[in-house]
Design a protein. Structure first.
Length: 194
């Protein structure tokens, strides 16, 4: 069996070589050596944030609730994503951690509920912990909407820890349900008629 050799690199400042040395050295005879999988290391310069106004199609009650939470304008990617979602187009958002992705989907969903209180949404998260983290922010936003407008939006988690009596309440009062794939298969789909 022939040992794999790394492809020749042209890296004038040696950043790639230094990064590869830090993560696994030069021993390429081992099949699990990280430098066989890292193809590039790049450092991007910081870029100033770009902002945009709230999309005109966004419900005024939601805009006022966002403003009362200190959000006077959106990042451009948020405004674009919300605008596309409100126009009924599919959206994929890829940005770094803590760059406002959550608002890209929460705003259109909350907007739909404010426009039509019979609207419902199911958010699926891969873990219960992530759902709980998202729940706190979403409940805070809905409390702000309720305080500012009197519009009550029910937000609940529906997972393996949800008591049976609470599940009945959730089915009747929730506008937004946060769950996970396991619960959809074991707790929601078998009882879909409810």
């Amino acid at each position: 069996m022939r040992a794999m050799q790394p492809a020749p690199r042209s890296d004038p400042d040696g950043a790639l070589d230094a990064a590869l040395d830090r993560i696994g050295g030069r021993d390429i005879d081992r099949p699990d050596t990280p430098d066989l999988h890292v193809t590039a290391v790049r450092q991007l310069r910081a870029v100033a944030a770009q902002f945009a106004p709230f999309p005109a199609a966004l419900d005024d009650r939601l805009t006022k609730a966002l403003q009362s939470r200190g959000i006077d304008r959106l990042y451009t990617h948020q405004a674009d994503a919300i605008d596309h979602a409100l126009a009924g187009r599919h959206v994929v958002v890829v940005t770094p951690t803590a760059s406002g992705k959550t608002l890209c989907y929460n705003a259109p969903v909350l907007n739909a509920i404010l426009q039509d209180p019979s609207s419902r949404a199911l958010y699926l998260f891969p873990t219960k912990a992530l759902a709980q983290d998202q729940l706190a922010e979403l409940q805070a936003m809905c409390e702000t909407i309720d305080a500012a407008t009197g519009e009550s939006i029910g937000v609940f988690t529906y997972d393996g820890d949800t008591p049976q009596d609470a599940r009945r309440t959730i089915r009747s009062r929730a506008h937004l349900v946060l769950s996970n794939p396991d619960m959809v298969h074991s707790g929601i789909l078998p009882h879909h008629q409810r």
